[in-house]
Write a protein that binds this ligand. Structure first.
Ligand code: GRF
Length: 294
């Protein structure tokens, strides 16, 4: 069971222990707070008391769990977890207030193993507002292609000449009504054709705290090697809009992790992936939601 949870939440053993502890402490805290609040009323223990207790505990639970998650270092996980539950409980878009929301079609550009792409695909699988409509890849055999196929998402393999000197595959994107682009381990620079067609609609994730350790050649293990060599005590992730310069666009979100004495580029990469998986889908959702509202 623990193994399954580790895989599902993409966390290591220590984080799983901290998450379970947070659930237990948060649950106890909200039970305790619920009883204390009801004691302030003159209600006798009975059916009504019980119903009120259930309502109170349900309302207090997210708050208590978030509070406990801060000292245990699990805030990012629980914030996304609660957002997910909230989304599941909310009425589908279009029913709320009778206003039909726009369905945003995302193209995920990825060329590696695709673990971030997979998280994004899973996160939006049941979304009423966002559809992952296409995976764009420049590496035959990349893991992300299998992930797309398994999820039933169409993918295209692109080649350099047409991407940089031609139309940037804009016709394919337009044909699928793509209105937002997510880069998740895509190493080519975005050509002007796409930057012009998608202003403020292309986001990227970088495995370090920009503006440090960014720019051409700074990807994957090179980033983590540089961080460790510098002796920095912390690293993290940056989600940013994409412009014509590598890793340069406006920063949307950053979160940090510790770089321990014993960390290697590999162990640091694992920590960074945990942060990325916990944050990237929810940040994408929030950017899209804000843009659709304005
Ligand atoms: C991530 O670490 C991301 O920060 C960077 O490329 C990596 C992709 O990893 N842009 P994956 O293919 O999603 O596992």
């Amino acid at each position: 069971m623990f193994q399954k949870l580790k895989q599902r939440w993409k966390v290591n053993g220590l984080n799983l222990l901290l998450i379970i502890t947070t659930f237990a402490l948060g649950g106890s805290l909200c039970g305790y707070a619920g009883r204390k609040i009801l004691l302030l009323t003159s209600l006798e223990k009975g059916f009504l008391w019980f119903i009120l207790y259930i309502i109170l505990v349900t309302l207090l639970w997210p708050l208590c769990v978030l509070l406990i998650s801060i000292p245990l270092g699990q805030f990012t996980f629980f914030r996304s977890y609660i957002i997910k539950i909230w989304k599941k409980m909310s009425p589908p878009a279009g029913q709320a207030g009778g206003r039909k929301e726009h369905l945003t079609h995302i193209a995920v550009f990825a060329s590696g193993a695709g673990s971030n792409a997979e998280q994004i695909i899973n996160y939006f699988a049941t979304s009423q507002n966002v559809k992952i409509a296409l995976v764009v890849c420049n590496k035959p055999g990349a893991g992300v292609l299998q992930i797309a196929a398994k999820a039933g998402i169409p993918s295209i393999l692109i080649e350099k000449e047409r991407f940089f000197k031609g139309d940037g595959y804009l016709p394919e994107l337009k044909q699928l009504n793509i209105d937002f682009i997510v880069l998740a381990g895509f190493l080519w620079k975005m050509p002007a054709s796409l930057l012009n067609a998608y202003p403020k609609k292309i986001v990227n994730i970088h495995p370090a705290l920009l503006p440090k350790y960014g720019g051409k050649g700074m990807y994957g293990q090179f980033v983590h090697q540089a961080v460790i060599a510098s002796g920095d005590k912390e690293s993290g992730i940056t989600i940013h809009f994409v412009d014509e310069v590598y890793d340069n666009g406006e920063i949307i979100f950053q979160t940090k992790c510790e770089v321990a004495e014993h960390d290697t580029p590999e162990t640091l990469a694992q920590k960074i992936h945990v942060l990325e998986h916990a944050s990237y889908p929810a940040v994408i959702a929030s950017v899209i939601q804000k843009q659709n509202r304005s």
